[in-house]
Design a protein around this ligand. Structure first.
Ligand code: PXG
Length: 466
């Protein structure tokens, strides 16, 4: 076997990567020409790359490393579990201790009567489970035609055929025959980009009322569920106006439509509560979980299901499941992660230290930096929409994403990871980030923004779209 280690030079690792590794959401030919950044290790909130740069990870990996990198307790929990029972399934009337313990812990942490857990390997898989579960629920209740699911444009619910159909990313729907039948998308509550001169409150209400219009168009007896991220993540950290979720809740209650809250990003402290549903005042019937459930140390996701739905599903054989549903090592890792979140009072840290520091730093950038046209923030997830004219929230004349990409490159050059969604810069650091580390974040972010601004001026790109 060829040995490929951290000790190979970066160019060699890049060439080997380009030869055989197909990256997700990437034009692989372009990447091969440029060479992928090689991350070799990480500790706390810092990544190290193969050239020895120490990079502040403002994205917690991919919105998931809530407790930070290098947690030996999690490593040890995984090792112990691997020695004791590395794998067994939860099919065929069988169970094991990690799955029992994790399901019990999640039922304790989840609000209200969300007391039952169906495990998956990822957020995408869990949302595929949800499609089948809500349709099976209504079929079992004698209403098989109550099967349509309403989601939002620009939502992200995963990348499998089912979950990608739930998502509202048109560039994904263009590939591979999506969306599947029976999925509908209404407008998103993105006041910054789409609210024109409405107040956020009026705009939030109007966007929620699109749900009522869609239910009436399809017929309430045809609509199984509504799915939404409490705060949209991959769509650009879109914090809905305060009027939005209460109106969605009212409409779903009125027409007997189940609510699926996709907590894959919002869950496990990201918004300052255990779940984004609590921050937004939503009472979901099902919550999708993944990412922060294990802080990304092992792949695990699932659906937390309310009593009413679990009772109906429990009375039939639900012909669904994954080889790795409740995988013992992933479950042990998740349990240890939940222990850390609780015993280190990470959510208090978010509310009392990291969240306020992040907010005040970003508010200052939004107020003072000529390129920053606003701020969306909920707890430890935020976005800075860039704009050539902040007063009018104007978009750039260049293709959407051009300026965001330039800024992302300046962030990398300054050893900071901020991802871009179109022309918005996204911030979602590990929840354990300290106030001092947030200062470092702000210094690097400001420098990257300054450099982007200078480059835009030099290239005469500070022009608004007409
Ligand atoms: N729901 C939500 C809300 C997500 O953010 C998924 C489901 C799917 O989870 P899995 O584990 O199947 O990836 C996600 C994932 C990005 C990005 O670029 C975001 C996600 C995944 C990949 C990239 O922001 N979110």
């Amino acid at each position: 076997m060829t040995t490929i280690t951290n000790h190979l030079p970066t160019t060699e690792l890049q060439a080997l990567d380009a030869a055989h590794h197909m990256h997700p959401f990437t034009t692989n030919d372009e990447l091969a020409a440029k060479g992928a950044r090689v991350i070799t290790r990480a500790k706390g909130v810092y990544l190290t790359d193969s050239d020895g740069n120490e990079i502040l990870d403002g994205m917690a990996g991919l919105w998931c490393v809530n407790v930070g990198y290098g947690r030996e307790d999690i490593v040890n929990a995984a090792a112990r579990q691997m020695l004791e029972l590395p794998y067994y399934n939860t099919f065929f009337m069988t169970t094991h201790v990690p799955a029992i313990a994790l399901a019990n812990e999640l039922a304790k942490l989840a609000p209200d009567d969300l007391n039952h857990v169906f495990f998956a390997g990822s957020g995408s898989e869990a949302n595929d489970t949800n499609i089948r579960m809500v349709r099976t629920y209504w079929a079992q209740k004698g209403q098989p035609e109550k099967s349509h699911i309403i989601s939002r444009k620009n939502a992200y619910h995963g990348s499998s055929v089912g979950s990608g159909s739930l998502g509202g990313m048109t560039y994904m729907h263009e590939q591979g025959g999506m969306p599947i039948p029976g999925i509908h998308h209404i407008g998103q509550p993105d006041w910054w980009a789409e609210g024109s001169d409405h107040t956020p409150e009026a705009f939030g209400l109007a966007r929620a009322q699109e749900l009522e219009a869609k239910i009436l168009e399809l017929g309430a007896d045809k609509v199984a569920a509504f799915i939404g991220e409490p705060v949209q993540g991959a769509g650009g950290v879109i914090v809905p106006p305060s009027t939005y979720w209460p109106e969605i809740q009212r409409i779903c209650d009125k027409y007997d439509v189940l609510i699926i809250a996709d907590e894959v990003i919002c869950g496990f402290g990201r918004t300052g509560n255990w779940f984004g549903s609590q921050t937004m005042g939503i009472k979901p019937h099902i919550m999708t979980i993944a990412k922060g459930l294990s802080s990304g140390y092992a792949p695990i996701g699932g659906s937390i299901v309310c009593d009413k739905v679990a009772e109906v599903i429990g009375a039939c054989e639900f012909n669904h499941g994954y080889t790795y549903s409740g995988h013992p090592v992933c479950a042990a890792v998740a349990l240890e992660n939940l222990r850390i979140l609780q015993e280190e009072n990470v959510i208090d840290h978010v509310n009392n230290v990291a969240g306020p520091a992040l907010k005040s730093g970003l508010e200052k950038l939004a107020a003072e930096h000529p390129l920053v046209g606003g701020l969306n923030i909920s707890g430890m997830m935020a976005s800075l929409p860039l704009s050539p004219h902040k007063e009018s929230r104007a978009k750039f004349a260049s293709d959407a994403g051009t300026v965001g990409f330039m800024c992302r490159e300046r962030c990398f050059a300054n050893n900071l990871i901020m991802r871009h969604v179109g022309d918005r810069m996204i911030i979602s650091p590990p929840l354990v980030i300290t106030a001092e580390e947030i200062d470092v974040f702000m210094t690097r972010a400001k420098k990257a923004l300054d450099e982007t601004y200078t480059a835009l001026k030099e290239q005469d790109m500070l022009k608004a779209a007409s």
